[in-house]
Write a protein that binds this ligand. Structure first.
Ligand SMILES: Cc1cc2nc3c(=O)[nH]c(=O)nc-3n(C[C@H](O)[C@H](O)[C@H](O)COP(=O)(O)O)c2cc1C
Length: 199
């Protein structure tokens, strides 16, 4: 038995930094634009500033709070609907931001058997250590992380006033990552259409 699903891929781009004065929107807009140019994809940008998440974990001994549920309702269905994710993350002290960890921890099945690609940035490291930290966390959540990454070290000089990456190699690296992401997204979606994921 085989299945080839034909609907457009839904890629959610998650903006991992919530810091005042953050670089994140520039980096996220750049990768979201490249992803949206793909003929097989639509893009939903999930910005944790525009849709802040609660820190209430009802499954872990905390009671349900209506206000928290309302905040979650603005994000969780969008993650559930996604076939694939691109996480845009800076590096803070050799790892990724707390708000991003909270967004990951608040969800479960939304990540299961889905591919996740990374665009990272930072100072000297280009966010690569944040990505390695994320891979460990996301493996626990049954996600498939993509080998190819896009990273910007010294991110402050890497985009022009129009939000374009100044090094053409950045766009090429992003396209390679998105190709791999889409390959896994199609493959996993087709597989799940035949057989539910065994979580
Ligand atoms: C608290 C903090 C810790 C940081 N730690 C690192 C680090 O370990 N490695 C690195 O390359 N850059 C580090 N940086 C630089 C950030 O990656 C850089 O400022 C980036 O623009 C932050 O993303 P944002 O502006 O979207 O929040 C750090 C920045 C902050 C605010």
């Amino acid at each position: 038995m085989s299945a080839v699903t034909t609907e457009t891929l839904r890629i959610a781009v998650i903006v991992g930094s919530t810091r005042d004065g953050r670089m994140a929107p520039t980096v996220a807009a750049w990768i979201a634009d490249l992803a949206a140019r793909r003929p097989d994809s639509t893009v939903d940008v999930v910005d944790l500033v525009e849709t802040p998440l609660p820190t209430v974990y009802p499954g872990f001994g905390q009671p349900e709070e209506p206000a928290a549920a309302e905040l979650l309702a603005a994000v969780s269905p969008r993650l559930a609907a996604a076939d694939a994710f691109v996480i845009v993350t800076p590096e803070y002290n050799h790892s990724f931001p707390a708000a991003l960890k909270n967004a990951i921890d608040l969800h479960g099945t939304e990540w299961h058997a889905k591919p996740i690609g990374f665009v990272s940035y930072g100072g000297l490291s280009g966010g690569l250590r944040a990505v390695e930290a994320l891979r460990v966390v996301l493996a626990e959540l049954h996600a498939v992380t993509i080998r190819e990454t896009v990273s910007f070290h010294g991110v402050w000089d890497k985009f022009d006033a129009d939000g374009k990456a100044v090094d053409p190699a950045s766009d090429a690296a992003a396209r390679t990552m998105l190709d791999q992401l889409a390959w896994f997204a199609h493959a996993l979606r087709d597989a799940k259409a035949v057989r539910p994921y065994a979580a």
